[in-house]
Design a protein around this ligand. Structure first.
Ligand code: AMP
Length: 461
């Protein structure tokens, strides 16, 4: 511990990746916040090599829509990666299953995604796992591409190489990746097209882009108009998607084509999901408003462990700079009282968008009991650990593993039940969450919770 720098402590767990947890670490004095990926090398001996590659690619990137890489630290059995902290969570949390989001919002995120991908390709880097789980949001709701675990350099000194590795997440993977050596750029562009469908329709069009898959077969045969998700989409965005999700990579839209498409250039704005000039009507359910009504007022962040003193060695890492100011919820984790009501309001508005959590009227034990009973009634297999975390392991409708957790957190005498995806499809996770939540209606607290919340919070034993 001697090499570490004093004054940094753990905040809450931000999420769980393939190799382990991602935690928030905060500078006690300045409130500056950094995300720290922790990889247990005993559990994942293969991770070291992959991390090295990830670091090599990620550290050379610098773009407002890409998570900044700050550095890494190696210990005998642990690896740590330090990243810019995206306090707005995952883009997934803004997608309402089977609905999507208002088109102005989808357009804004999509433009930021395209800008990041254009930057990556300009530097000869392919991401190869673009999906909403890997798109994070900062405190101003700006999209940040993250997770460069599968990224690779495909062009060096002007010479492009074809890629061989079949990788990515099946529903987002381009058809040619499944069968041939493939070109990097069209494959990433394809994933952007699938992401756009998820943003606008709240669902994915197929399990995989393989003509054996009936939904994909219908798409390539242009027999899809009466099918979902296509029938939910307006003609203009559908026109763009049709050109992005073209089977043959040579005919597929390039980024320059996307950027000049009518929908991309359309002036969509917040108060009116249609073109501002046309004055059309809002078509999509406004997720924010619905979340506010359904969840009550406050959805605060929380730390999940007692504050542990944690220290980081900053000296060895070139370019490591804690320039990211802490968001309001980070300050909750420190000892500073929150004064600025204007900021509180903005942060509050942002936090209510996370929909997979709710307050309950019951105490911790009763909540766990009720939840387990409800899960069993819905034929889920679950286990409860000794700190009251309920882990549900199941398979989704694509027969892919789906694992999520419900964590009970006491906040100022009230219990917050926070659902988090550990493994599998985020949209499927949300569908399940909604069904479970409906069954728990009698114990859900519907009133408002005092805002700002008290500073002292901890995970329930
Ligand atoms: P990963 O290991 O990159 O798949 O990350 C797992 C989860 O941790 C993500 O889905 C996010 O919810 C969260 N996470 C990862 N990196 C960050 C970050 N830089 N800022 C905030 N949350 C993050």
């Amino acid at each position: 511990m001697a090499e570490f720098v004093d004054g940094w402590f753990f905040g809450h767990t931000l999420g769980e990746g393939a190799y382990g947890e991602v935690k928030l670490v905060i500078n006690k004095t300045t409130g500056e916040a950094v995300a720290m990926k922790m990889i247990d090398l005993q559990k994942h001996p293969d991770a070291k090599q992959n991390m090295k590659k990830e670091a090599t690619v990620h550290r050379m990137l610098s773009n407002p829509n890409i998570i900044r890489y700050y550095g890494q630290r190696s210990e005998a059995t642990m690896e740590y990666i330090f990243l810019e902290y995206a306090s707005g969570g995952e883009l997934f949390d803004r997608i309402e299953p089977d609905i999507g989001m208002p088109s102005w919002e989808a357009q804004r995120y999509f433009k930021q995604l395209i800008s990041a991908v254009e930057y990556l390709h300009g530097h000869g880097v392919a991401h190869r796992d673009l999906k909403p789980e890997n798109l994070l949001l900062d405190d101003k709701d700006n999209l940040k591409v993250s997770d460069f675990g599968l990224a690779t350099v495909y062009r060096l000194q002007g010479r492009e190489r074809l890629l061989e590795k079949r990788c990515g997440t099946l529903p987002y993977v381009a058809p040619e990746v499944l069968v041939h050596p493939y070109r990097a750029e069209p494959a990433d562009v394809w994933s952007c097209g699938i992401i756009l469908v998820a943003l606008l329709a709240g669902e994915l069009p197929w399990d995989e882009a393989n003509p054996q898959c009936p939904e994909y077969a219908a798409w390539i045969e242009a027999k899809y108009m009466s099918l979902t998700p296509w029938k939910k989409l307006d003609t203009i965005p559908l026109g763009l998607i049709r050109n992005v999700l073209i089977h043959a990579p040579v005919s597929r839209f390039k980024i320059t084509d996307i950027k000049t498409h009518r929908w991309y250039l359309k002036n969509l704005c917040k108060d009116n999901s249609e073109d501002c000039i046309d004055g059309g009507r809002l078509k999509c359910l406004r997720y924010d408003e619905e979340a506010i009504t359904r969840l009550g007022l406050s959805q605060p962040e929380f730390p999940d462990t007692e504050n542990q003193v944690f220290q980081i060695n900053l000296d060895e890492r070139p370019g490591f700079s804690f320039s990211q100011p802490a968001a309001l919820e980070d300050l909750f984790l420190s000892t500073q009282p929150v004064q600025n009501t204007q900021t509180s309001q903005n942060t509050f508005q942002r936090l209510v968008k996370r929909m997979t959590r709710f307050f309950v009227k019951t105490d911790c034990e009763e909540t766990v009991r009720t939840l387990v009973k409800t899960l069993k009634e819905q034929n889920y297999t679950c286990r409860v650990n000794d700190v009251g975390i309920v882990t549900v392991s199941t398979v989704d409708r694509r027969k892919m593993p789906l694992v999520f957790k419900a964590i009970m957190v006491e906040m100022d005498g009230q219990i917050l039940v926070d659902f988090r995806l550990s493994k599998g499809c985020g949209l499927e996770f949300k569908r399940r969450f909604i069904r479970i939540k409906e069954r728990l209606d009698s114990v859900i607290f519907k009133g408002s919770v005092t805002w700002p919340i008290a500073v002292a919070t901890k995970t329930m034993p």
